[in-house]
Design a binder for this molecule. Structure first.
Ligand code: G6P
Length: 612
């Protein structure tokens, strides 16, 4: 987590750094800081605890910090509490080296002790201060340049880092190094930029370099040069980013989350249009051939958070359409449980950012065991995208709100397409069914639009939930998977305790918690399971629950057991998650607003979880 940004050019750096950090706040927001060099080559370091706006105020929106070369950081605390002293940038006492860092240095204690013995002292509890001082130590001890000092440090530290440094002796230059934490370098019109993620610099450039693991770089206003661990220069190609700069702005919406909820019809359409040509799924660019698809004996869907919930939906859909055994697992569990994998299995890693530490580690574990890997990823050029054997991109564009909405929706579409293609090629879907399913997918964007048109009803209902302490979501099959995502959305941004329960499991525990006034949201989109879930709703209602039903138009009997009913357009039940999730996203959003919370930046969370 944490967001880093740096710029060297002809313009004032501080406003660009603050603007970039505002796009990266989703990565962490307990404190922030910038370091800028003025015309006399002196460093000014300003830090503030709390949100970025505190730093903006403290620096008069950057105007109070002159200079054209600088670095910035927004923090999600790992080592040391959120405080001004622990905020980045960190520096040596003589300001010889100043740096920001995203990642975790695992052996920082040992290195700290070593440096103390060499005469260094530490003012913060961070691992970053240690790494900055270690670079300084090698730099001075061997009297070597920045690249050699950084390389020696990289060999000595264990863990992950995107490190951005400035050296007193090298004005107008920024030095970077990377292992496992995201970092991109942009360059355009006499300026170079570095950032954790594309939205931070999209306003300034679309031309970026992806810096690899164990690589370093030197940025000047004229461009960037890259080096390997041996200090040899390496060549990199510039990649053009296709995202619109506006995509990372709110465009009149009050929050990114509501904007992103409204973008779902477009995102779904674009993901479909990219992978469906003339009514047929086309995975030729992905390299996923018929031979590969037919050789697969089983699939693991591996992911974290909402991406895991998308995987749970895919598990049902894939097994139903392609009759391949699928197991969906949390990446953090998968990677450490020594999984028994068969060489003919396929590991599908699902990730919006493509940088989630556990998902990336699960991918690497699979590759080590020689298993084929396919990534469903949103961020082009991200670590997971680069390391997987096959990549199926979702076309969600930049997602800024911490709680995912449109990326989850795009992941579902990718999963449906994969399932249909597997079903077809493995002989479980005939041409007519194949065409019918694709046509059905194409109806999703308009149906989501229709749900969004009715959002005022959800907004009204959110008043009733705003003071709740516990909310239960129940459903069966895919409805259970939808409940998992609805419940997560609610707890993420409204801080209301909530649980998703397989409706059939209610009687094995949760029902003891149901008493007068407890809210229960039942999802009933699966025709086969409708009656069963209705019975569970009734069981809750007769114990005093206040009940909401979420079902498809036509299922009006839900109203007999619900205090409030939300309808979604009819759709093949296999694809119902794409519609049913939308009212639940809206509900969480409005409950959060009702409670006066920071919707886009919920406490303690970060969007891109690059630590374990
Ligand atoms: C965080 C985010 C979630 C996301 C999860 C996995 O917890 O807040 O929205 O689902 O990470 O992230 P990924 O980028 O791998 O999809």
């Amino acid at each position: 987590m944490c967001g880093i940004v740096g710029v060297v050019g002809n313009e004032a750096a501080a406003p660009i750094l603050l603007d970039g950090l505002s796009k990266l706040e989703y990565r962490g927001y307990d404190s922030a800081g910038i370091a800028v060099r003025n015309n006399n080559d002196e460093f000014t370091i300003v830090k503030a605890k709390g949100r970025l706006k505190d730093l903006q105020e403290k620096t008069n929106d950057g105007l109070a910090v002159p200079g054209t070369c600088g670095i910035g950081h927004t923090r999600w605390a790992t080592h040391g509490e959120p405080s001004e002293i622990n905020a980045h940038p960190h520096s040596t006492d003589d300001k010889n080296v100043v740096g920001v860092h995203n990642g975790i240095i695992e052996n920082y204690q040992e290195l700290r002790e070593k440096l103390i013995k060499k005469g260094y002292s530490f003012y913060s509890q961070t691992d970053t201060e240690v790494v900055v001082k270690l670079v300084d130590y090698y730099y001075k001890k061997y009297n070597i340049g920045p690249i050699d000092a950084i390389a020696k440090t990289m060999v000595r530290v264990r863990g992950s880092y995107a490190l951005v440094l400035m050296f007193k002796d090298f004005p107008g230059e920024i030095w970077v190094a990377r292992k496992d934490s995201p970092m991109i370098i942009g360059t355009e019109n006499g300026a170079s930029y570095v950032a954790s993620d594309v939205p931070a610099i999209l306003k300034y450039t679309r031309n970026v370099y992806y810096i690899g693991n164990h690589e370093m770089g030197r940025l000047t206003k004229d461009g960037a040069t890259f080096y390997n661990l041996d200090g040899e220069e390496i060549k990199k190609d510039l990649v053009e980013i296709k995202w619109d700069a506006e995509a990372a702005e709110k465009e009149g919406y009050e929050h990114f989350m509501i904007k992103e909820i409204h973008e779902q019809p477009r995102v779904v359409r674009e993901t479909l249009n990219t992978h469906v040509k003339d009514g047929k799924i086309d995975f030729s660019e992905i390299g996923l051939t018929e031979e590969v698809i037919n050789s697969v004996t089983g699939i693991y869907m591996v992911a974290c958070g909402s991406a895991y919930h998308a995987g749970v939906v895919m598990q049902y859909v894939m097994e139903s359409l392609a009759r391949v055994p699928v197991r969906c697992e949390l990446a953090s569990e998968f990677r450490y449980r020594n999984p028994i994998l068969d060489p003919n299995e396929l590991i599908v890693i699902i990730s919006q950012s493509g940088e989630t530490a556990d998902s990336l580690a699960a991918l690497r574990e699979a590759k080590t065991q020689g298993i084929k890997t396919l990534a469903i990823v949103n961020v082009v050029g991200s670590s997971i995208a680069r390391e997987a054997d096959y990549v199926l991109y979702t076309l969600a564009g930049p997602e800024i709100a911490v709680a995912t909405t449109k990326a989850y929706s795009a992941q579902l579409i990718a999963g449906y397409l994969l399932s249909i293609e597997f079903g077809k090629l493995r002989g479980h879907l005939d041409d007519a069914k194949y065409t019918e399913l694709i046509k059905e997918l194409e109806t999703i964007p308009d149906k989501i639009t229709k749900i969004l048109e009715d959002k005022e009803r959800i907004q009204w209902f959110s008043n009733k939930l705003a003071n709740s302490t516990d909310i239960f979501f129940i459903g069966r099959g895919i409805d259970y998977a939808i409940c998992m995502e609805g419940s997560l959305k609610l707890k993420e941004i409204s801080y209301i305790h909530s649980e998703a329960y397989a409706a059939g499991e209610l009687k094995h525990g949760t029902i003891s918690l149901i008493e007068k006034g407890i809210q229960v949201i039942s999802v009933l989109t699966q025709t086969d399971l409708f009656e069963k879930t209705i019975s569970n709703m009734v069981e809750c209602k007769s114990r005093g629950a206040y009940s909401m039903g979420l079902t498809s138009y036509g299922n009006y009997s839900v109203e007999d057991s619900a205090d409030f009913t939300v309808y979604i357009p009819k759709i093949n039940p296999l694809f119902a998650a794409s519609l049913a999730v939308v009212p639940l996203q809206l509900l969480s959003y409005y409950v959060s607003i009702e409670r006066g919370l920071d919707v886009d930046k919920p406490r303690n969370l970060a969007k891109s979880v690059t630590v374990e």
